[in-house]
Design a protein around this ligand. Structure first.
Ligand code: ADP
Ligand code: F6P
Length: 327
């Protein structure tokens, strides 16, 4: 009887618990032993391994975060750290491993695969910066959380006739900001993938107020240049002359938490089942991802070498819709 291990690594992403449930129950249905590794690669190196029974994963699909907890550790990026991880896998008699995490975690998965250990990867990160999947686990929930926040900010912005700078997460990717900015009908969106300047944003702000808009919402990705603080300083200074108040709202970690949407629960479930199926079939070193409505497995090597691009035609579309006079 084979033993399957499962771990979650990097930034947590809603939908991960549904994925863990699917991994555990699919493996059990395939007559495997299942163990959970706590705190990602850090827990793997330290041997934080516990058996997982089917009932352990009951009633978790609706919960945010990860029941296995997660971590980031620089040590696992080193050969010594990976060797320690491999020793721990051997010691706990783990034969195959499912790794649920973002692009960094999937690099770690590839390192284990390259050293002959059978792995399968599941993309889970609110940044949606993993290539070879339309959506990573957690993105849909994060978008909806950020969108609800923007809707609320718009209420207070409109009441005070204010400009609001809303910073979203995403690390180096503008995906979350772009999607949320479009869905929230922001007046401006600032992402790392497209050039922008404080002067341009000021012009848009003047235009918006000139057209009688009661609010001016700018959604700014955390990795954008200029960043939220720089834009704030610039607009606050100029805004005074123009008579507008400027406020900042950094959405931060609320975007990572919360109960997953139906989309993320279903995606987590499908990806979890598919990851185990890959291992059962002996297709090692793959990441399972979503292509349209299909789940497709791609070599981790291709995933790690690839780059996910933000669709700039959507950015142009958003710009075209940005500052429009109210009826
Ligand atoms: P995410 O998986 O959400 O992108 P990180 O980039 O922080 O988050 O990666 C999570 C963990 O994966 C890191 O703390 C590290 O332990 C491991 N990892 C990241 N990059 C590599 C790498 N190049 N080689 C081996 N392990 C890595
Ligand atoms: O990768 C997910 C993410 O939430 C990024 O959007 C953000 O830059 C980063 O993690 C924050 O990391 P930490 O949890 O280590 O502060």
């Amino acid at each position: 009887m084979k033993t399957l291990g499962v771990l979650t690594s990097g930034g947590d992403a809603p939908g991960t618990n549904a994925c863990i449930r699917a991994v555990v129950r699919t493996a059990l249905s395939r007559d495997m032993n299942v163990v959970g590794i706590r705190r990602g690669y850090a827990g793997l190196m330290e041997g934080e391994v516990k058996p997982m029974h089917g009932h352990f994963v009951g009633g978790i699909s609706h919960r945010g975060g990860t029941i296995l907890q997660t971590a980031r550790t620089e040590e696992f990026k080193t050969g010594a750290g990976q060797e320690q991880g491999l020793r721990s896998l051997k010691k706990h008699r783990i034969d195959v491993l499912v790794i649920i995490g973002g692009d960094g975690s999937l690099k770690g998965a590839l390192r284990l695969h390259e050293q002959g250990f059978p792995v399968a990867g599941v993309p889970a990160t609110i940044d949606n910066d993993v290539p070879f999947t339309d959506m990573a686990l957690g993105v849909d929930t994060a978008m909806n959380t950020a969108l609800r926040a923007i809707d609320k900010i718009k209420d207070t912005a409109t009441s005070h006739r204010r400009a609001f700078l809303v910073e979203t997460m995403g690390r180096d990717s503008g995906y979350l900001a772009l999607m949320v900015g479009m869905a929230g009908a922001a007046e401006a969106i600032v992402i790392p993938e497209a050039p922008s300047s404080c002067e341009q944003i000021l012009e848009l702000m003047k235009e918006a107020y000139g057209k009688g808009k009661a609010h001016f919402i700018v959604v700014i990705a955390e990795g954008a240049e200029p960043d939220c603080r720089t834009i704030d300083r610039y607009l606050t200074e100029r805004g005074k002359e123009l008579g507008f108040g400027v406020r900042v709202s950094i959405l931060g970690y609320i975007q990572r938490g919360g109960s997953p949407t139906a989309f993320d629960r279903l995606l987590g479930t499908r990806l979890g089942v598919a990851a185990v199926e890959q291992l059962v079939r002996g297709n090692y070193g793959k990441m399972v991802g979503l292509f349209g409505s299909e789940i497709v497995a791609t070599d981790l090597e291709k995933v790690v070498k690839g780059k996910k691009e933000v669709d700039l035609t959507l950015y142009e579309l958003a710009q075209m819709l940005e500052v429009y006079p109210p009826a």
